[in-house]
Design a protein around this ligand. Structure first.
Ligand SMILES: [Zn+2]
Length: 272
């Protein structure tokens, strides 16, 4: 049976050391099942360390994913910036290939002056180039649903992108909520899961990659991440919808308290 596993966005706060290896040990001690390596500013991990991280994760039966650097804009008007953006995704995918990460999550970019349609066309061309360079790598590339209306990454455009190219989405349910103010009930969460399944197939619905946290938002969308207890995000109903639809995959917690909210979600999910 499919099922969700839960993990942290980066090294848990209660880890003895701020290293990926210590972080994996702590994730396992806590009884969680996954960790996302956060390459926030740049991809600095070399092959030797990536291999060690992959071995440790395998030994602890943990699932790994990678968040590519934030500074990526495949919609930039500047070809050099687009090339640098492609390189950041390719570099992250190379490390992911070394360490056996299942998924590489990235932020696609900002519409800027472009219409959503023009941005879409540009993103397709840029991602084709990325996919040509990462064809030999095993991780799945996943553009993320983003939380600001200025960002490329609405659910529908990502599903279309994932139908056209060999990609899968990273569904950030908190971003989806922040972007629209909606998507906060059992029916809406279930509707998103059904939409993913009808667009991309049952296999995708059993191989989800989710980001979840509490979130503060305004008219333009995301402001900042919050603890689940301090936010209006209805994670309990999301957990119920995931169980109801027999969804599978990985849910990464991006709340400021990382492992505490990851454990809260895991406990809630297992009770459903
Ligand atoms: Zn992200």
């Amino acid at each position: 049976m499919a099922g969700m596993i839960f993990g942290t966005a980066g090294v848990p706060l209660s880890s003895r050391e701020r290293s990926s290896l210590a972080g994996l040990e702590r994730v396992a001690e806590l009884g969680l099942g996954a960790m996302e390596l956060e390459f926030v500013h740049s991809v600095r991990m070399g092959e030797q360390m990536a291999l060690a991280v992959g071995e440790r994760a395998a030994k602890l039966s943990l699932s790994l994913s990678i968040h590519a650097p934030y500074y990526i804009n495949l919609c930039s008007a500047d070809p050099e910036k687009r090339a640098a953006s492609r390189k950041r995704i390719v570099d992250a995918a190379r490390v992911g290939n070394w360490c056996g990460a299942k998924s590489i999550v990235f932020h696609t970019g900002f519409y800027g002056e472009l219409s959503p349609d023009a941005a879409y066309e540009l993103v397709v061309e840029e991602l084709k180039a990325v996919l040509a360079e990462t064809a030999d790598f095993s991780p799945t590339l996943r553009p993320e649903v983003l939380g600001k209306s200025s960002q490329f990454g609405a659910l529908d455009e990502l599903l279309q992108l994932c139908r056209e190219l060999p990609l899968l989405p990273c569904i950030d349910f908190s971003h989806l909520h922040a972007r629209t103010g909606q998507f906060n009930t059992f029916a809406e969460f279930g509707g998103v899961l059904d939409k993913v399944e009808s667009a991309l197939g049952r296999e995708a619905a059993e191989n989800l990659h989710l980001h979840i946290s509490g979130i503060d938002y305004g008219p333009k969308g995301e402001r900042k991440h919050l603890l689940l207890a301090e936010a209006d995000f209805n994670y309990e109903e999301l957990m119920a919808a995931l169980a109801d639809r027999a969804a599978g995959g990985t849910a990464i917690c991006e709340s400021p308290n990382l492992e505490e909210d990851a454990l809260l979600m895991q406990r809630t999910y297992l009770k459903k």
